[in-house]
Ligand binder design. Structure first.
Ligand SMILES: N[C@@H](CCC(=O)N[C@@H](CS)C(=O)NCC(=O)O)C(=O)O
Length: 320
């Protein structure tokens, strides 16, 4: 784990001293958009037109943010149009690395992808990364924006017009995202990476009150926003599916398991059972990444065997 400073790799853990023991996630550095026409999106430069075969995703199967992009690639029929490289589950002193040299340039480390895009880059080397093979640069390393691109920019390429961010529901989706991101998606990391008791307890309380609220909402609402699956659900899903196998133990999110939440558990199973989604979930890889890579949290690097959890059984959500 570390970061680039003016293009040079430094092996440093997160600085929580300057924030009272709290983990604060850095903003992403590359913020352009692929669009249907190649015009600029809401931020960044123009010139990234949606074309088959032009783009490449760098992901970790463990990372909940990268996982979002894999789900959208799958559900939007983009597998034959956007290629993928998967990093090794083990993120060690040199950050994300590849088990085999990656296919585009033969790089062994993810930080080489960043310095290929910007030789003097300063910042964390995160996944996911959406790479443009044509101009040889990073389009975006912000998953919330990558999934919006995948949701709509390639519709003419794929003929798939399924919409997980429909105009009429946007304000409700945004509202849920703004609540779920700090308290749940990043909330588990704020528990696990806290370096003071106070910072941990604050994150823990926020996390479980948010999960309580989610459970109550899902008692009467089939999905987060009404009766159709939206982006807000996929953003929640990637954290919920990792919760019992990883976050309960490794990140000390142990007031209760998701399996003990009546409504969230059925909701998690239903999302898992959507065609194609289970194929994006690699639980042995996910567990190996967290328990092996964060040696300051788990110095023995022993990966727990449990829990035994079957997400393919009846979810019972039809009646909600
Ligand atoms: N804003 C980014 C966050 C991505 C992120 O933090 N990814 C983590 C893995 S889950 C990462 O690569 N961390 C490496 C690091 O912080 O050095 C996004 O949503 O795309």
């Amino acid at each position: 784990m570390g970061k680039l400073v003016e293009g040079v790799w430094h092996d440093v853990w997160y600085d929580t001293k300057s924030s009272g023991g709290k983990f604060v996630r850095e903003d992403a550095g590359f913020r352009s958009w692929v669009t249907a026409t190649g015009e600029a999106g809401p931020t960044g430069d123009s010139g990234f037109k949606a074309e088959s075969g032009r783009y490449h995703l760098y992901v970790s199967l463990a990372c909940p943010w990268a996982h979002r992009t894999l789900i959208f690639r799958k559900l939007k029929g983009l597998e034959e149009h956007i290629t993928v490289s998967v990093v090794s589950p083990d993120m060690l002193e040199k950050g994300w690395q590849f088990d085999e040299p990656e296919s585009l340039y033969g790089f062994n480390y993810m930080h080489q992808v960043y310095t290929k895009a910007k030789a003097d880059y300063t910042g964390r080397v995160t996944v996911p990364v959406l790479w443009d093979k044509k101009t040889e640069t990073i389009v975006s390393n912000e998953s919330s924006e990558i999934i919006r691109m995948l949701n709509s920019a390639f519709n003419q390429v794929t003929g798939n017009s399924e919409d997980f961010y429909p105009e009429a529901l946007r304000s409700k989706i945004d509202e849920w995202n703004d609540y779920v991101y700090p308290n749940i998606n990043n909330g588990v990391y704020r528990c696990g990476f806290a370096t003071t008791q106070e910072a941990y307890e604050e994150a823990f309380d926020n996390l479980f009150s948010a999960l309580d609220k989610l459970d109550a909402h899902l008692a009467t609402s089939r999905y987060l926003v009404g009766d159709q699956i939206t982006e807000a659900d996929w953003r929640a899903f990637t954290t919920l599916v990792r919760f019992d196998p990883v976050y309960v133990g490794h990140f000390k999110c142990n007031r209760q398991q998701i399996a003990q939440y009546e409504h969230i558990f059925g909701y998690l199973k239903e999302l898992y059972q959507v065609a194609g989604v289970a194929e994006t979930v690699d639980m042995p890889y996910i567990k190996r990444h967290y328990y092996y890579s964060h040696a300051n949290i788990n110095p023995t690097r022993v990966v727990p065997k449990g829990p035994v959890q079957d997400l393919t059984t009846s979810h019972g959500r039809e009646s909600v």
